[in-house]
Design a protein. Structure first.
Length: 386
């Protein structure tokens, strides 16, 4: 395989190789922390390319390393997530998922394929590399476990900078969206239980109705965004599920509702959680009922480093159109790496037929060549930062 990436000619041996890897990954999606086939596939491709796979003892996911032959202690990292979603694919593609009820509806097959081919190209350039490149193929991104697992396994040991990307089906092929500072939101999922006292629906005074209490809590929670946070700060409090009671003539003894909080700063994140707790507790008390909150703390905001992002911008503008990224209230545990080392997360155009997490998402394979080149050229540039 030629170690030169030419994005102007898509019908090349390299493009065909990338697309073949991509379609094979697409056929074999696996949910978070069960990516056994994908892990074996990645290891096989890396080993065949002569790239050292590190022995970390992790069940799924891969950490590998390309060691440059030019003496330098600098190490940078490239990251791709490898897991899929429990979503039934409805694309009609010839290479659609072979695993019933599971699909790459977030395009992590795109990310994995791009980094695999970029790794092979970079390994052929190791005589030019001034340092080492750590390759992180992360499991469990969708359930927020992967980055923590990779870091515990040593993925960031000695790393001075990290780069990653997410395909964006709303952006055309050949375009990348970049932004320093807050790019993606933090994520705090919650479950609230409201404990009342069951009663006959015709005798509500003999019980304590958790449905009324939960309804008041949910309505009041919306005032956090409308009255407690600045209109210039983006934040979300969404209730996505509520359950309580089974029949029309019985007041239940419990209502449970679930949702998510998204913010773009740790200060706002902590403040909203504080107000959330106050409202749930105090409304419950006002209605004479007990409440309980279970938190699932997800990633912090993705916060891109100014210098690293500027470097990626300089690299990308040589062969792609660069636009300013619009912040997204979706989350990504790439933020967990950026809490420890400076990094940049990019939105690369994949010109999809639908949007992320949709059952009919089809990303455009022609975008893969741009992703490969962006990985390769960014890695070379980051190694040269003094």
């Amino acid at each position: 395989m030629n170690d030169t990436v030419d994005v102007t000619h898509t019908d090349t041996e390299l493009s065909k190789k990338i697309i073949n890897i991509f379609t094979e990954l697409h056929r074999h999606p696996e949910v978070s922390n069960k990516e056994e086939w994908t892990t074996a596939f990645v290891k096989d491709k890396l080993s065949a390319a002569g790239i050292k796979v590190l022995n970390t003892g992790i069940k799924t996911g891969v950490i590998a390393e390309i060691t440059g032959e030019v003496q330098s202690k600098r190490t940078i990292a490239l990251r791709a997530d490898i897991d899929a979603l429990p979503v039934l694919e409805k694309t009609g593609l010839k290479y659609c998922s072979l695993n019933d009820g599971i699909s790459h509806a977030c395009g992590h097959d795109f990310h994995t394929a791009a980094l695999l081919v970029a790794a092979e190209i970079l390994n052929k350039k190791k005589d030019q590399l001034e340092g080492s490149i750590r390759l992180i193929f992360e499991p469990g991104e969708e359930n927020h476990t992967g980055a923590k697992l990779m870091i515990a396994a040593g993925a960031l040991t000695g790393v001075s900078a990290i780069f990653g990307m997410h395909n964006m089906p709303t952006i055309p092929c050949g375009m990348v969206a970049l932004k320093s500072g807050a790019l993606m939101a933090s994520n705090d999922n919650f479950q609230v239980a409201v404990h009342g006292i069951s009663a006959h629906a015709a005798m509500p005074h003999t019980g304590k109705d958790p449905i009324v209490t939960a309804a008041t809590i949910i309505t009041t929670l919306q005032s956090i965004i409308s009255r407690n946070t600045s209109p210039f700060d983006s934040a979300i409090v969404t209730i996505g599920s509520i359950s309580g009671g089974k029949v029309n003539n019985v007041i239940p003894d419990e209502v449970i509702f679930k949702g998510t909080i998204r913010t773009f700063s740790e200060e706002e994140r902590n403040y909203i959680k504080e107000r959330f707790t106050q409202i749930v507790t105090n409304v419950g008390t006002a209605y004479g009922q007990q409440t309980a909150i279970d938190w699932d703390k997800g990633p912090s905001p993705v916060n891109n480093d100014l210098e690293i992002t500027a470097t990626v911008n300089r690299v990308a503008e040589k062969f792609m159109k660069v636009v300013t990224a619009q912040p997204s209230c979706a989350d990504d545990d790439f933020a967990t790496y950026e809490e420890r080392v400076p990094g940049c997360y990019a939105f690369i155009g994949s010109q999809g037929s639908s949007n992320l997490h949709h059952s009919d998402l089809v990303v455009n394979p022609k975008a893969l060549i741009y992703a490969v080149k962006l990985h390769v050229d960014t890695a070379l540039a980051l190694l040269n930062i003094k």
